[in-house]
Ligand binder design. Structure first.
Ligand SMILES: *[C@@H]1O[C@H](CO)[C@@H](O)[C@H](O)[C@H]1NC(C)=O
Ligand SMILES: *[C@@H]1O[C@H](CO)[C@@H](O)[C@H](O)[C@H]1NC(C)=O
Ligand SMILES: *[C@@H]1O[C@H](CO)[C@@H](O)[C@H](O)[C@H]1NC(C)=O
Length: 365
């Protein structure tokens, strides 16, 4: 009996660890559903050349912002458009079916909340869906940081709310306080059916790019602190909000995962390269030379401590391999502001959306 029980346990834990979109929180039935859906681990794998890629033609996505339009900004090499993520083992990501996506989400609202990497993924998703149903009417508005892309015939709203830290920045007489334990903006997300959160890159900014003057936690004031520690505290504030305020039977919560930048070429063993400039192909390695991103480990730890079953889009490793996927000098800033953080569209965030799609399909939306 002991052996038998042990064997079953091993099989189940293998399946669980084998999930594409890992539900890290614990069991309230959702985890079992994911296992039954038979999805497989998409976090490990490799990029394969696929002549049917990209998933859409960026010049036919009229609302795509200039910062992601690498071809239109003069990028000439095109191989970077042609890679499909092939998860390891006997596993493939589903082909994106925009009609099925809209039908599954009919009557619902989906919102990305986070920084410009959230904008990147939201723009990718709206291009993917628009390409699938080019004749379907849509409206697009942006008011006070909230962008609303809506397909009225389906009653579907795909939104993006810009909120780089998730926690609050409050202006006071003594300066701008980054409040690690305060989440006032959450009012704006409450009641949204599908939430996709992300925050990380802004935690690293210093000097003029840092939009706060001091850090506050409770009554304690800090001039600065280790940014990874601050990030973890803020993520725990977010986690507490999700655990106490979000009903898993009504709202699905994703974490977008940490998007790696490629500003330091020694990270992937090319110390003489100029960051991501002139990179034309993904890395063909089985392990990213610099190892996991420290922020990714924080996210995993925080999510694991939660009662709400957050679904992590585990995009870090697959994106780490895409040294070729960034705008570099074909973004907003040309040679002046090289961009090795965001991603060209079409491009890598399309795959993040395939993970999102796979998870929604597996749970019947
Ligand atoms: C995310 O993917 C990486 C690379 O495959 C893996 O090492 C890590 O364990 C995954 N994280 C989770 C929470 O599944
Ligand atoms: C993308 O669309 C543009 C404008 O409609 C067209 O000129 C171009 O050939 C298309 N590119 C591909 C690869 O189909
Ligand atoms: C988004 O736009 C749709 C269509 O115009 C509208 O019905 C809806 O109320 C908007 N949602 C928000 C949150 O503004």
């Amino acid at each position: 009996m002991g052996v038998f029980g042990g064997a079953i346990f091993v099989v189940i834990s293998l399946l669980v660890s084998d999930l594409a979109v890992t539900t890290l929180g614990h069991t309230n039935g959702k985890r079992e559903e994911t296992v039954e859906a038979g999805s497989c681990d998409a976090s490990a794998g490799s990029w394969v050349y696929d002549s049917s890629y990209p998933l859409y033609n960026s010049s036919q996505c009229p609302f795509l912002q200039k910062q992601f339009k690498c071809l239109e900004n003069g990028r000439l090499d095109r191989d970077y458009l042609k890679y499909r993520w092939k998860p390891a083992g006997n596993c493939n990501l589903p082909r994106f079916d925009g009609r099925a996506f809209l039908f599954g989400l009919r009557g619902k609202r989906l919102m990305f909340v986070g920084d410009s990497l959230s904008l990147n993924q939201w723009q990718s998703l709206t291009c993917m869906v628009h390409t699938a149903v080019p004749e379907a009417k849509y409206t697009l508005t942006t008011v006070a940081g909230l962008s609303n892309f809506s397909f009225p015939e389906y009653g579907v709203q795909l939104m993006f709310f810009r909120d780089a830290f998730l926690v609050d920045i409050v202006s006071t007489s003594t300066g701008r306080a980054l409040r690690l334990d305060s989440l006032q903006n959450a009012k704006l997300w409450e009641g949204v059916d599908v939430l996709v959160f992300n925050s990380w890159h802004w935690w690293l900014h210093t000097g003029r790019k840092q939009p706060w003057d001091y850090i506050q936690e409770g009554n304690k004031i800090y001039k600065d602190m280790n940014r990874l520690v601050a990030y973890k505290k803020a993520m725990n504030t977010w986690a507490k909000w999700v655990d106490s305020r979000v009903d898993p039977s009504k709202t699905t919560v994703f974490y977008q995962g940490v998007s790696p930048d490629h500003a330091t070429a020694s990270d992937w063993g090319q110390p003489n390269a100029d960051a991501c400039v002139d990179q034309k192909h993904p890395l063909a390695v089985r392990r990213y030379p610099a190892g996991p991103n420290p922020a990714e480990l924080v996210v995993e730890k925080v999510i694991r401590s939660m009662t709400y079953p957050v679904r992590l889009l585990n995009v870090t490793y697959l994106s780490q391999l895409r040294v070729d996927g960034h705008p570099s000098v074909y973004g907003l800033g040309g040679h002046r502001i090289m961009d090795c953080s965001h991603w060209c569209l079409a491009g890598v965030p399309d795959t993040w959306n395939l993970l999102l799609y796979q998870s929604l399909v597996a749970h019947n939306f």
